[in-house]
Design a protein around this ligand. Structure first.
Ligand code: RIB
Length: 358
């Protein structure tokens, strides 16, 4: 049956049906139906004709939004299975719900195509704004979203040349703090297992690691640096390589608790003792870090406050679209536990100062 002749019991026409019929992208359909002048007149006529023929009815959420009776905000993260994100999402949700917003959550899986589809859907449903963990590979899609006048705030990761409000933590300072601590308790061959080279948090934490080694006049050994996906499997694989080196490290700094789980598995599988044979430290301080045996020395980041601050910035941006861009950095803190080999010895200044980047 041709899509143009739907019977009463056919499923409702979707924005994708209109796009297919008009031979355009869903993004173009949402721009035309949003009345944006960025689309040529012939194309706009073709889209409107297709929407009429298919009797396209934007769904209840979009209709009620036009009546300003429903407030919707999008939240886009890489993967809800990463134990770091639930705390961030809870902070976002609590602040937005208190302002009568409903949250639409999506997982991008670091896939730009999937991210673009989610952004198109949000635009088509008329969301009031978006909080997302950005990926530099999707910068073009973000710019299109912003071009529609839709507010966006980034959290955790950051795309420095995207002029949007952002909330991150003092990544480099926190990483330098934990490496200085390892140096203070006697470690000299310190490895780092960090996220992908294009990930903002991974590169900032690597910069902090390098700064601390340089400050202590420690030689840099590239074989002690591993870039892997921010997942336990990545930490496991990297630790296997590091522990098989002719001169293995005496300490491993994993720049995320998920990575640290994989590192710990690799260390235990080799029957090595933590911290006597190898120290392990991390970044995040998720709730279970202190319950591990031995408890994990880590840089604590305020996951709930990251999300809550991002949501507050979004609400302020919705209220005042012309306000200056805010780049907020939240404080990180060194939590010294047993996995680094120190028991109070060599404890350094444990906080890094929060700040607002210019
Ligand atoms: O998920 C691991 C890391 O990725 C966390 O430390 C968080 O900051 C994100 O960047």
């Amino acid at each position: 049956m041709s899509r143009a002749h739907r019977t009463g019991n056919s499923p409702p026409t979707t924005i994708r049906d209109v796009a297919r019929s008009a031979r355009v992208s869903t993004a173009t359909v949402s721009r035309v139906l949003a009345g944006l002048s960025v689309v040529s007149k012939p194309l706009s006529k073709r889209v409107h004709a297709a929407a009429r023929t298919l009797n396209y009815q934007p769904n209840r959420i979009a209709r009620s939004l036009r009546a300003r009776t429903t407030r919707i905000a999008g939240v886009l993260i890489p993967n809800i299975q990463n134990p770091f994100f639930p705390g961030v999402i809870r902070g976002i949700q609590d602040v937005l719900q208190a302002a009568d917003y409903t949250v639409l959550l999506g997982n991008s899986d670091y896939d730009p195509a999937r991210e673009r589809k989610y952004l198109d859907l949000l635009r088509a449903e008329g969301v009031g704004g978006l909080v997302l963990v950005p990926d530099a590979a999707s910068k073009k899609a973000y710019r299109e979203f912003l071009a529609l006048g839709l507010p966006m705030v980034t959290v955790d990761q950051c795309v420095p040349d995207l002029a949007v409000d952002s909330v991150t933590v003092t990544n480099a300072e926190g990483a330098a703090l934990v490496v200085r601590h390892l140096l203070a308790v006697g470690h000299r061959r310190i490895a780092i297992v960090t996220g992908p080279k294009d990930a903002f948090t991974a590169t900032e934490r690597l910069a902090g690691y390098r700064a601390a080694l340089t400050e202590a006049r420690q030689p840099r050994d590239p074989s002690l640096i591993a870039h892997v996906p921010f997942r336990p499997e990545g930490g496991y694989e990297a630790a296997g390589r590091l522990l098989s080196l002719p001169a293995p490290p005496s300490a491993i700094f994993a720049t995320g608790d998920g990575l640290a789980l994989g590192v710990l598995r690799a260390v235990h599988e080799r029957g090595l003792h933590i911290p006597r044979d190898v120290a392990v430290v991390s970044f995040d301080d998720l709730p279970w870090a202190a319950a591990l045996q031995p408890p994990l020395t880590t840089i604590s980041q305020p996951t709930y406050e990251l999300g809550a601050t991002a949501a507050r910035l979004l609400l302020e941006r919705i209220r005042d679209p012309a306000r200056p861009v805010q780049r907020v950095r939240l404080q990180t803190r060194l939590e010294v536990r047993l996995s680094c080999g120190a028991q109070g010895r060599g404890a350094m200044k444990t906080n890094t100062a929060a700040r607002v980047d210019d």
